[in-house]
Design a protein around this ligand. Structure first.
Ligand code: NAD
Length: 504
């Protein structure tokens, strides 16, 4: 027997070091999609409090930028240690608040630990270049400096990992961080803030007050972060609608935007594909997290010669996948986040039917007494029409046939979003074509794995309506620093570039 969910969540918050001061009798209600219950009511950040928090972060930045980068790395190493210690509790809290199955809740915290490890190494590798200069007795180089306050706005579906992809890098880069988590997942945000505060205490006075701030509330509070001139970079993760609003506001004040927006990800199954690998890859990518990942597989483009060998098997897997309380062993598909997500899914299915689609699954499933659970849907479509061209944040997989690879790639690229993509093929020419300049136009292009489940070592993000931002690995750190090009003259004359003469 499990104890009632709200008590479990409150006990976890206590164990994670969250103080009772965050709760209030009126404010932002935190729900669990597992049962639909209200878990707690939280004090919302007022506009004045948000501005004060940004001010504290700005003051913290002025001190933090002077701490040597490897020392800042030591702070992030301690943060990783605290996250390791908190992994089970925080992972379960992610499950309770976002509805992810247990292994995915834990996986999300593991991703936070991984990015901390990455950032610790990075703290000794914030390299600039030395560049050949045309002028004698001169040296030219570039240096990377801390940028300022980094705003982070995150979505409900990765309630803690997205913060860490940004914050772990921002901290080692010498920035302070102000975070506005999703209004649908404030509890995990508050728990992470408590873990950071504990880490700051362990690290000592070198970590200034205000290094990490959190704002609780909806988009109005996010807007304060976006509009404040003291915040030179904002990383915003969420819908393309949100990105359009936020991106334009940031551009109007020349602030840097790291936009991580919606996806409409496809996989191509070629004639030579290993269909067993494809089946497993498709099932995880399309049904995992109940279709609520930005990288969820939403469009399957199958060669006509393998369509009949693959699709009936896939329909069977969909019909038998275990849907239920995400805390239960064996459950692979948990709840949708809320009723609006359920209604959006049903509307898309009706639209697909009207556009000539044949729907398998998609019906509501009763689990306990509340929550919105659905059987993931496969929709066989005659063409890429109706709702197929847009992201519906629910487990719907649209399936289409193709005859030539060029046609498949054209279908794959013919949508607004450009986040993730993949091809299942054992043909080396097809694989290379797919990841070449003439292939997928997405930020992520995979071969023989699905489009979801990225590791932190690579730069994460996408093109077109996905926003163009990159987070996590590779050289994504550069977005959190400012670059200065320095030219030094150690000679006794003053030769000018391009042979210009200016004798005075
Ligand atoms: P959402 O756009 O409704 O909200 C995301 C965040 O933006 C929330 O914190 C919200 O309060 C804030 N926000 C919304 N409008 C704002 C505004 N005008 N000004 C300031 N802040 C604003 O998204 P959601 O429903 O929470 O998440 C699902 C969406 O996020 C999907 O489209 C999914 O693909 C996308 N997503 C993308 C990535 C990625 O890395 N590309 C990762 C996760 C989720």
């Amino acid at each position: 027997m499990t104890s009632p969910l709200p008590q479990d969540a409150l006990a976890l918050l206590k164990r994670l070091g969250v103080s009772d001061a965050v709760f209030a009798s009126t404010g932002l209600s935190a729900h669990s999609p597992i049962t639909g219950e209200t878990v707690a009511t939280l004090k919302e950040t007022s506009a004045a409090e948000a501005e004060a928090a940004i001010g504290r972060a700005q003051s913290a930045f002025l001190l933090w930028r002077k701490v040597p980068a490897p020392r800042r790395g030591e702070f992030v190493r301690l943060l990783g240690e605290e996250l390791r210690a908190a992994k089970d509790d925080l992972g379960l809290l992610v499950t309770l608040e976002a509805g992810k199955v247990t292994s995915e809740g834990l996986g999300e915290v593991q991703e936070m630990i991984d990015i901390c490890d990455f950032a610790v190494g990075l703290s000794r590798q914030l390299y600039g270049l030395t560049i050949a200069t045309e002028r004698p007795k001169h040296r030219m180089m570039e240096t990377w400096h801390p940028l300022g306050v980094c705003g982070v706005i995150s979505a409900f579906n990765f309630p803690v990992a997205v913060w860490s992809w940004n914050a772990a890098l921002a901290f080692v880069c010498g920035d302070s961080v102000v975070w506005k988590p999703s209004e649908k997942t404030p509890l995990t945000g508050i728990a992470v803030q408590a873990i950071v505060e504990k880490t700051m205490k362990r690290f000592g006075p070198e970590a200034p007050a205000g290094l990490s701030e959190i704002l609780i509330g909806g988009r109005e509070i996010g807007d304060i972060l976006v509009s404040d001139h003291r915040v030179p970079v904002v990383s915003a993760t969420g819908s393309t609608r949100m990105g359009k609003e936020v991106g334009q506001k940031l551009a109007s004040r020349f602030a840097r935007a790291i936009l991580e927006l919606g996806g409409n990800n496809a996989a191509i199954v070629a004639p030579s594909a290993d269909l067993d690998v494809a089946l497993r890859g498709i099932a995880f990518a399309a049904m995992g997290t109940a279709g609520q990942r930005c990288t969820t597989l939403r469009r399957l483009i199958v060669h006509e010669s393998v369509y009949d060998a693959l699709i009936p098997k896939l329909i069977k897997v969909y019909a038998s996948v275990k849907i239920g309380d995400p805390r239960e062993a064996g459950v692979l598909v948990g709840p949708l986040v809320d009723e609006a997500a359920y209604k959006g899914m049903q509307a898309a299915l009706s639209e697909a039917k009207a556009a000539g689609g044949t729907v398998h699954g998609g019906e509501r499933v009763t689990v306990g007494t509340g929550g919105f659970y659905v059987r993931p849907a496969i929709v066989e479509m005659p063409a890429q029409t109706g709702p197929v061209a847009r992201e519906t944040f629910a487990p719907i997989l649209y399936v289409m046939k193709y005859t030539s690879l060029d046609q498949a790639i054209a279908i794959q690229n013919d949508v607004g979003a450009g986040l993730s993509s993949s091809i299942f093929t054992l043909d080396m020419r097809e694989a290379e074509s797919f990841i070449s300049a003439e292939g997928s136009d997405c930020g992520i292009a995979n071969v023989n794995i699905g489009p979801s489940g990225a590791e932190i070592g690579g730069a994460f993000g996408g093109e077109k309506e996905t926003g163009g931002g990159r987070e996590a690995g590779s050289d994504a750190w550069k977005a959190y620093m400012r670059r200065a090009t320095n030219t030094l003259n150690y000679g006794t004359t003053l030769p000018l570039a391009q042979g210009v003469s200016f004798d005075v």
